[in-house]
Structures are given as structure tokens and as C-alpha cells.
Design a protein. Structure first.
Length: 119
């Protein structure tokens, strides 16, 4: 059941959730919401060495959340808002299915209460 439900979503959904599961990568995404930034500037708040930040950026880029582009001697990182589309769709679809299940349960309980009141 779960597998068939997931097949209509992008196969990279797991990669996306993995990328966002790390607090350092979420902090990088928050920084990039202010606009494109050089890789070195993204490393400053974390205190991590540049190679560590590069590994985090590679995960974000593979998940489709950022793009990087070389400008002179710097590598500029930019957030991709459309990178969240598959997660947004999956969450929305899952939420509506859960709400429908809750609605059915509520309807069933209402019927039981009405039947017990009729007795």
C-alpha cells in the first residue's frame, strides 16, 4: 500500500527529505532564502570547514534544493523554490487522505451515537 502510494511522486522525494533532515542543511537553506550567496559565506555561521560545507551543499544540490554556479573564483549558491514542490504535493496529498479518514471515522461515530439514542 505504501509503495503504491509513493510511486506517483518523484523518486527523489526521499533524497529531498534526507537533505532537509539535517539542521546544518536547513540553516544553509534559511541563509539562501535571503538570496544567492558565496559558498564561503554560507560556511561562516556554522564554523565548519569549507570541505564540510561543500558536502552539505552537494546533498542539497542533488535533492534539487539549490544550484551552484562558478563566478570568478567563487562558487555562488542559489535556493530553488521549485525544489520543494514534490514535498509540498506529497504532504498535501497525505494530509487530505488523513483528513478523509478522520471524517469517515467521525461520520461512523455519529451514526453509532444516533442509533444508541434511538434505542
Amino acid at each position: 500500500m505504501l509503495v503504491s502510494c509513493m510511486t506517483k511522486y518523484e523518486p527523489d522525494l526521499s533524497r529531498l527529505f534526507y537533505a532537509l533532515s539535517d539542521p546544518t542543511r536547513r540553516a544553509i537553506m534559511a541563509q539562501l532564502c535571503a538570496g544567492p550567496q558565496p559558498m564561503a559565506k554560507l560556511a561562516e555561521p556554522s564554523g565548519f570547514a569549507l570541505p564540510t560545507i561543500q558536502r552539505h551543499l552537494a546533498v542539497l544540490e542533488m535533492a534539487g534544493l539549490i544550484t551552484t554556479q562558478k563566478q570568478g573564483r567563487q562558487r555562488i549558491c542559489t535556493a530553488r523554490a521549485d525544489g520543494l514542490d514534490s514535498a509540498t504535493l506529497w504532504i498535501s496529498d497525505t494530509r487530505s487522505k488523513m483528513a478523509a479518514q478522520t471524517d469517515r471515522l467521525s461520520h461512523y461515530l455519529d451514526q453509532l451515537i444516533r442509533k444508541s439514542d434511538d434505542l
